[in-house]
Structures are given as C-alpha cells and as structure tokens.
Design a protein around this ligand. Structure first.
Ligand code: CTP
Length: 406
C-alpha cells in the first residue's frame, strides 16, 4: 500500500460539533479522502451555525446527515446504521458541550446518539477537542474528558497556540494534516508499545571554514520514516537529525545536530535510555582536520588549498560497544553501490551489530521509495520496493519480532 493511500479501504464517520474550528473540518475531509478513506459527515445543529452541510457534502461526496429522524437512512435508524459500516467515528471539532454529553451518555441529537449506540468493541471513537483555553482548562471539562477517555474515547490533541477568541493557549483543534497523520497512526498495530527507539537520520555537515563544508546527498527521508513508523507502533522515539528540512513526525522528540561529532555527543547520553538504536544517518567518514577561523580566500596563485582530513567517530560502532545493560538493540544501514548483501554482511561483523539494512545508495538518496535487504546472522529478508514509510513499517515490525523473541 502506498503512503498516499494509508487509509485505503477505511470508512470513517466524521462528526462535527459546534465551534469555529469547523472550518478546519472541511480541509480534514479532503485530507482523509486523499489518504483513501471514504467519509460520512454527520453534523450537530450547532456545527451548522459555523459551516454548511452543502460545503461538507461537496467535499465528502456524500449526503451529510444532521437529523436522527432522517427518513433517507435505509431503516430509518441513522444512529444504528451509520456506525455499522464505520471503522471509526472521528469527532472534529469536539466542543466542550459535546464532550460533556458524551461523559453523561446523553443522546439528545444524532451525533452523540451515534457515539452512544456504536458497537464499543469494533467502532473506536476519536475526539479532536476544540475550544477556548479557559473552557479546556475548566475542571468540569477536564472531568468530562477524563470520563470520555475512561469510557474508551481516544483524544487527538488538542494543540496549543492562537485561538479564534484572540487568546493563546491549549484547546486549539489540531491542524487537518496532523489529525490525518494521527488517524493513520491510530490504525497501525502497536507492536512497540512501551518500547523506546533512538534514530539518527540525514547527512552530517563537516565545516572547512565558517561558510563552507563537506556533506552528502542523504535526504533523511528513510530515518524520518522509521521514526514515524516507530511512533505509530507505540514507541517513545528520539530522532537525532543532521541538517535536513523535513517536518518532525508527530509525537517524536527531535535533536538537531550538524557534524558527526555533534551527532555522537547527542546520541551517547540517549543510547542507554532507549531499547533500540537505528542508525540511518549518512555520517561523513572524514572531516577537515582544522576548521579555518575565517573564510578561505583564493590567493591568486591558482593553487587550491590543501585540506587535511581526520577520521570521524563511528557512532553506530561506538553504541554497539556500550556495556550490556546500557546497549540498545542496534540496527545499522549500509548504502552500497554494488555487492550490497556481501558488504552488509561484512559490516554486521565489523560494527558488531545484530542487524544491517542494506540498500543501493544511488537508488535511494532523495527518492520517496526504496528497496532493501535486512541482513542478520540467521539469514536475509528482502523488503520489496515500496515507499519509504511502508518499508519503515515493515522494518519496525521485523525489529519488534526480534525484541519480542529476545
Ligand atoms: N555510521 C555511523 N557513524 C559513522 C559512519 C557510519 O554511525 N561515522 C553508521 C551509519 O549510520 C550506518 C552504518 O554505520 O548505519 C554504515 O555506514 P556506512 O557509511 O555504509 O559504512 P562505513 O562503515 O562507513 O563503511 P564504508 O564506507 O566502507 O561503506
């Protein structure tokens, strides 16, 4: 399945309760549709004060249902019918009043009725709260939210930031793209629940002088995809990233670094606090031995400057040599230009790690897809060409199997 169609085959009921954030629900329907989901929109009376069913119908391609007495639903029982085929009900925005209704099991109109009547064991309820920060912080709301969660609802957000009322604080509905990412993650199996994963990603940049340096073409995409896949699988994830301009995956703690030595300094204190270390970074093997204090200028002689190099520390091998008890399960990457599996097998021994993921460097740098072979002492596992998030999920599943077997 491609990353773009992460919700292919899923059917969602998207409920809107009253709030200014209803305008974001319009974009959310489009995001969910782009991800492959079909979406049935249900709106409360209050939601219709903020956005019209016409807009939501045009964007979802389905008639919006607003009324529990809607005669257009086959058996005249919208509250039963609509959740029967749904993989989840997502309420975005979920207002303070709507959450209060849920907490009390009230069913005064179609949307809360639908939530109450859903089959608990197979139709999850996801709530994206949206309200003023004082309303969010109010003990009554916090009590209602805690009750709704205790009754099985899953919270998506809220976020923090500027609010429609002009105030700043907690209670903002998450942005549509973030909500969509959280919904995709919700459906992923929680293979790494309670585990922790440390990932390095991207290139390093080794300065020659204050304005120039040596780097490489690594885009960081594979490492970021692994961090995302591990977070989706329920792990606590720390991502140590070289200089790349990629958005941080949801829920991942990110540490930005520049050089190989910076990366090692960031990784070393983190390594003993994580159970898995995945080294995807394309770390520069060499750095200029001396960094010029000022920009190196041409001297007019036509002779290029001489640059001496020093070897960088091997981050993966350093972590793999930590004493037992402090050493995470180490996974290396090998970007080769030929004899991929053979080189990977040599690296397995040289770096002293239990798993190396081999891929062809020129065929992967900067691309959105890749293919690789997981090399272990017990044998090889081929992951066929797919987008990097799909590969990352397969790799995470493989690592989870190894951890669970240990
Ligand atoms: N790696 C690292 N620190 C380094 C070099 C590499 O942590 N200084 C990690 C990479 O993140 C990757 C693995 O080691 O997981 C393999 O990197 P690669 O550059 O392919 O291997 P090298 O040991 O540099 O071998 P060679 O240059 O001979 O291919």
């Amino acid at each position: 399945m491609s990353q773009a169609l992460a919700l292919q085959g899923r059917h969602l009921v998207l409920g809107l309760s009253g709030g200014v954030a209803c305008y974001k629900a319009a974009e959310l329907v489009r995001e969910l549709g782009r991800a492959g989901a079909t979406v049935q929109v249900v709106m409360t009376e209050a939601a219709q004060q903020f956005i019209t069913p016409v807009t939501m119908q045009a964007l979802s391609g389905r008639r919006v249902v607003t009324d529990q007495w809607d005669a257009g639903v086959a058996n005249n029982m919208a509250h039963i019918e609509l959740s029967r085929e749904a993989d989840a009900i997502v309420v975005a925005p979920a207002s303070a009043d709507f959450i209060a209704q849920l907490a009390q099991g009230r069913a005064g109109e179609l949307l809360p009725l639908l939530c109450l009547a859903r089959p608990l064991e197979r139709c999850p309820l996801l709530l994206a709260p949206a309200m003023n920060r004082e309303m969010w912080a109010h003990p009554a709301t916090q009590r209602n939210v805690a009750q709704a969660v205790a009754d099985g609802a899953v919270l998506l957000g809220p976020g923090s930031g500027d609010q429609a009322c002009g105030e700043v604080g907690d209670g903002r509905m998450l942005e549509p793209a973030d909500l969509c990412e959280d919904i995709v993650a919700f459906f992923q199996p929680k293979r790494l629940a309670g585990r922790s994963v440390l990932v390095t990603a991207g290139p390093t940049f080794e300065a020659m002088d204050p304005v120039r340096g040596i780097t490489n073409h690594s885009s960081g995409k594979m490492g970021f995809a692994i961090a995302r896949a591990a977070a989706e699988a329920g792990a606590r994830v720390t991502l140590v990233a070289g200089p790349v301009h990629l958005p941080t995956p949801r829920g991942v703690a990110r540490i930005d670094v520049t050089s190989a030595r910076d990366m090692l300094a960031a990784v070393l204190p983190q390594a003993p606090r994580h159970e898995v270390f995945v080294a995807t970074a394309a770390v520069a093997d060499w750095r200029p031995a001396d960094v010029a204090e000022h920009k190196m200028k041409k001297d007019g002689s036509g002779r290029p400057p001489r640059i001496e190099f020093a070897e960088n520390p091997d981050i993966l091998a350093t972590v793999a040599r930590l004493p037992a008890g402090q050493r995470p399960f180490c996974v290396g990457f090998a970007a080769e230009s030929r004899d991929m599996v053979q080189h990977a097998r040599e690296k397995l021994a040289r770096k002293g790690v239990p798993m190396i993921v081999a891929n062809l460097g020129p065929a992967t740098f900067g691309r959105d897809d890749n293919e690789c072979v997981i090399v272990e002492s017990g044998g090889d596992t081929t992951l066929p060409r797919a987008d990097k998030l799909t590969l990352a999920r397969a790799l995470v599943a493989h690592i989870a199997d190894r951890l669970n077997a240990a």
